[in-house]
Design a protein around this ligand. Structure first.
Ligand SMILES: Cc1ncc(COP(=O)(O)O)c(C=O)c1O
Length: 400
């Protein structure tokens, strides 16, 4: 008899975390490594947020809280949705969890039965298909192309929908491509969804604030109010507020679904950290101007990386609207050979050989469901990025 459950056997460790760990090990062994694999801002949490957490500790906010969030934070989340997205939610429609990942996990575990299909536009964040599989559901990748800047076409969405479709997971700006949908681009997709009332929409808006060049972020329930009753709008403080370690994510949607998520959470982790909840409240209600300052730096880095990659033999890199990732195609390197005699047969070999030859850690695109490509996170010091791009240029130039 096997110790491990069949549900556990359906999932694998996150490849992005695995590559970051490998880069860390190589660095510890003395190698000169530049890791472009991390999914978190390199900026520190703003001081006012840290102070709010310290004040919460001093006030004794150190006990269990309501399972799915303190009323003060839920009220701040309702204000956020109204202010930034024009969406009306009551506190009873809001749930707070230990990171956006737990909220997403809860939502899928609470709703996906064996045989249910979940449409996931590719390239996708690595956790989506694994969580669906953990639930016994079937992830259905909906492919995008480099030519479309990795944005889903409405006819591809339409073709992916079947009577078994439970959810579409939508993520804009996207991890890993950085692609973000304009109002019109999203409306073309919501027009399809309106025709299929059995399909629910789980929108992962985690990178909402990380958009550049005056891009205007929109979310499905805002673009198409007819979808409000079957949309779960998920967000969190991890990325925009530089709070990845604090572990606070949240979502708003129909009350019955929110209640089910709370029931599940009550039998697993209970409330997210009381202290982190008070910090998240300050993040949402406090000054927001540092986001624009951080975005100025992110935009400069994006422009630098896109420009250097597009001057690299064998690579093509679209310029994405948001997040802190770019997703260049390495199709032009496939079939070539490294000076050490290794043939680049796919993007995983490309990433491994790049790490071996030049000490640059990137994540292969096929881990995100679309290759041959790779993901670069530019949430790292600009000087390191420039050096990493020079090394990538040298590596690609060395292939024969
Ligand atoms: C698209 C996307 N959604 C959700 C998350 C999870 O965020 P959190 O750290 O709040 O769990 C991430 C983190 O990498 C992400 O990239």
């Amino acid at each position: 008899m096997s110790l491990l459950s069949s549900a556990l056997k359906r999932i694998k460790p996150s490849p992005t975390i695995a590559i970051s760990n490998k880069a860390r090990e190589l660095k510890a062994s003395g190698r000169d490594i530049i890791a472009l694999s991390a999914g978190e801002p390199d900026f520190d949490t703003p001081e006012n947020i840290k102070e709010a957490a310290i004040a919460a500790i001093r006030r004794g906010e150190t006990k269990y809280t309501a399972v799915d969030g303190i009323p003060e934070l839920k009220a701040a989340i309702c204000r956020k949705f109204k202010r930034e997205n024009g969406l009306d939610y009551k506190p009873s429609q809001v749930t707070v969890g230990t990171g956006g990942k737990q909220v997403l996990f809860n939502a899928l575990v609470a709703t996906v039965d064996a045989g249910d299909e979940v449409i996931i536009p590719a390239p996708f964040w690595v956790s989506y298909p694994d969580i669906v599989e953990f639930c016994g559901g079937t992830p259905v990748p909906a492919m995008t192309t480099l030519e479309d800047n990795f944005k889903l076409r409405p006819e591809v969405l339409e073709a992916a929908i079947t009577p078994k479709t439970k959810w579409l997971i939508f993520n804009s700006p996207s991890n890993p491509s950085g692609a973000a949908y304009s109002f019109d681009e999203l409306k073309a997709l919501t027009d399809v969804l309106v025709k299929h009332p059995h399909v629910w929409i789980l929108t992962d808006d985690m990178y909402e604030h990380l958009v550049y060049d005056d891009f205007k972020f929109v979310t499905p329930a805002q673009v198409e109010p007819a979808l409000y009753d079957r949309t779960l709008t998920m967000n969190g403080v991890s990325k925009a507020y530089c709070m990845t370690g604090w572990r606070i994510g949240y979502a708003a949607g129909p009350e019955a679904l929110i209640k089910a998520i709370g029931t599940l959470q009550s039998q697993s982790t209970s409330n997210p950290s009381s202290i982190a909840q008070w910090a998240a409240l300050e993040a949402l209600d406090g000054p927001q101007d540092f986001i624009a300052e951080n975005n100025k730096v992110f935009k400069e880095r994006r422009d630098l990386v896109v420009s250097m990659l597009n001057q690299t033999k064998g690579l093509t890199c679209p310029k994405p609207e948001g997040a802190f990732y770019v997703f260049p195609s390495c199709a032009g390197t496939i079939g070539k050979t490294t000076p050490t005699g290794v043939k680049i047969t796919n993007d995983e070999v490309f990433a491994t050989e790049l790490l071996n030859a030049e000490g640059v850690a990137v994540v292969h695109g096929s881990a995100f469901g679309l290759g041959p490509a790779f993901r670069i996170s530019y949430a790292t010091a600009t000087t390191d990025l420039e050096e990493a791009c020079r090394r990538i240029q040298r590596f690609c130039g060395s292939l024969g």
